[in-house]
Design a protein around this ligand. Structure first.
Ligand code: 13P
Length: 252
């Protein structure tokens, strides 16, 4: 199981520093049982790295550019993220797909680039409310998976995480029910098995208004392998409680 905190465009330097220290302190015991990662804004990666260095908490980035280097003003490369100490990179988050018009193909290039640099992409997929209401959720998620995984192989030590984040559940306080989430996770599991074989070790995280109060019932679902946490990851105690729920689920 993996629980990753996506801090999005939040925190100032002091808050990032303190949040990272608190996450390390409060999750230390459970991080023996589950993987824990924090994904701060890229300018705070170095500072947060100092707080998580030598601990069980891993560092992740929120985005990457698929090219190796070049004239891409404002972008950050996989080499840079790797050198900054990242082991995970969130790719294709719905906020990037929506606000920055990232296509499935572009997201797929990022997945490949992250793997090429020995890091683990957290490939985000998820349908909008209109898509769910028109019964297109599986079609959309299936297309996002196909596009995001073009050319991807899990040989040569490549590792992958998929996160299902229904857009209508992000930052809305409206979580998918455990049954809704499990149904989509089972669909994703089937797609991954068809693609990589049934034995592929790809955790499928759920994301979208995960809180200490609903984490346990989500993590109890057979195909939910952890969480990608937004708002609640900015509160170290709430985040640690979610990590605790994952550790409990992993032990059972
Ligand atoms: P919230 O937990 O704030 O709904 O955000 C989820 C998310 O987008 C994580 O990537």
């Amino acid at each position: 199981m993996l629980v990753a905190g996506n801090w999005k465009m939040h925190t100032d330097l002091r808050a990032a520093d303190r949040l990272a220290s608190e996450v390390v302190r409060l999750t230390d015991a459970d991080a023996r049982t589950v993987d824990v990662a924090v994904c701060p804004p890229s300018v705070w990666l170095e500072a947060v790295r100092e707080r998580v260095r030598g601990t069980r908490v891993a560092l992740g980035a929120q985005n990457v550019h698929p090219e190796e280097k070049g004239a891409f003003t404002g972008e950050v490369s996989a080499t840079m993220l790797s050198e900054a100490g990242c082991t995970y990179v969130i790719v294709g988050h719905s906020e990037r797909r929506r606000h920055f018009h990232e296509s499935d193909a572009f997201v797929g290039e990022k997945v490949m680039q992250v793997m090429k640099h020995g890091m683990t992409p957290i490939l985000c997929v998820g349908e909008s409310l209109e898509e769910r209401d028109s019964d297109a959720a599986e079609t959309v998620v299936g297309r996002q998976l196909d596009g995001g995984l073009i050319g991807v192989s899990l040989r040569h030590g490549n590792t992958l995480v998929v996160a299902y984040e229904p857009v209508w559940a992000i930052g809305t306080g409206r979580t998918a029910t455990p049954e809704q989430a499990q149904a989509m996770h089972a669909f994703i599991r089937e797609k991954l098995a068809a693609r990589f074989g049934a034995e592929e070790p790809v955790p499928i995280l759920y994301g979208g208004s995960v809180k200490p109060g609903n984490a346990a019932e989500l993590f109890a679902q057979p195909d939910i392998g952890g969480g990608l946490i937004g708002g609640a990851s900015l509160d170290a105690e709430a985040f640690a409680a979610i990590v605790g729920a994952a550790a409990d689920a992993a032990r059972n």
